[in-house]
Design a protein around this ligand. Structure first.
Ligand code: ARG
Length: 264
């Protein structure tokens, strides 16, 4: 018992000093023990759970078991500023809004586009970046050369994303939509010629094309979007998040984080 206690104490001291060094509330995706120690520390008001779908490089993805990316780092910077310990919960993209509205998560951040429909169930912060929907096709295939061509094609999308919403509009024209839980699975279906095209956000699209020889992005951009963080309707955190986000934009932190992951 004594041994256990001193081990916990040692861990707590270590965490506290590490936190002091980092000058922040720390982020936690690892062990429960560490999070307990971190949230007990005076630096933290407690944990904030972020719901995400960590299969969306460069915004959120796994690297050596850890969730990294633009969203993970901006969220960490916001939590540090507000004195919270960040905990990232990975889930399917289409589960994020429910996690937020049910209170299972404190906020959602997942390269998530602000839409009027989503605004009916959650509040959004100010936008932290913009994106474009891109169309990925196989090299040398000419069935889909423009957004218009999607109307007569089979199209892979990630379930519940704006890509899904846009091309679902084309179903009445004859488009066949295949919905996948992960963008990577949609791209896999493309490389296996099970679909003619994939519609997905431009930065993840670039990563997928880098990782899948024989695929390319069409020049024609599709839809322009704003990314923001979603919170429970009426949450008092939204205003605090906006204030922290503004400071992080003004002092160049947001740009620095984005530039680290997206090379010009
Ligand atoms: N921007 C799109 C949307 O909001 C796709 C986001 C997908 N994000 C993810 N982490 N898988 O619907």
């Amino acid at each position: 018992m004594k041994k256990v206690l001193s081990a916990i104490l040692a861990a707590a001291v270590m965490c506290t000093s590490m936190l002091a060094l980092a000058g922040c509330g720390g982020s936690k995706q690892e062990s429960k023990k560490e999070s307990a120690a971190a949230s007990d520390s005076a630096a933290s008001k407690g944990e904030l759970h972020m719901a995400t779908n960590a299969a969306f490089e460069p915004y959120e993805y796994k690297e050596g078991g850890e969730i990294v990316g633009i969203d993970a780092e901006i969220a960490k910077a916001i939590c540090d500023k507000l004195g919270y310990t960040l905990v990232i919960d990975d889930m399917d993209f289409d589960a994020i809004i429910t996690a937020v509205t049910s209170g299972k998560a404190d906020f959602g951040m997942a390269g998530m586009t602000v839409t009027d429909e989503r605004k009916q169930s959650v509040d959004f912060t100010d936008s932290y970046t913009t994106a474009i929907q891109s169309i990925i096709v196989n090299d040398g295939e000419d069935k889909v050369k423009s957004a218009e061509d999607l109307k007569k094609a089979s199209v892979g999308v990630q379930l519940g994303t704006t890509g899904d919403i846009y091309v679902s509009d084309f179903e009445k024209d004859g488009a066949k939509i295949e919905r996948f839980n992960k963008g990577a699975d949609a791209v896999l279906a493309l490389t296996q010629k099970k679909v003619d095209a994939v519609v997905i956000d431009n930065e993840p699209a670039k990563k997928f094309v880098e990782q899948n020889k024989g695929t390319k992005i069409l020049d024609e951009p599709f839809e322009n979007e704003d990314y923001a963080i979603c919170l429970k309707k009426g949450s008092e955190l939204t205003e605090q998040f906006n204030k922290a986000l503004k400071e992080l934009k003004d002092d160049g932190t947001v740009k620095k984080i984005i530039d680290k992951y997206i090379k010009a």
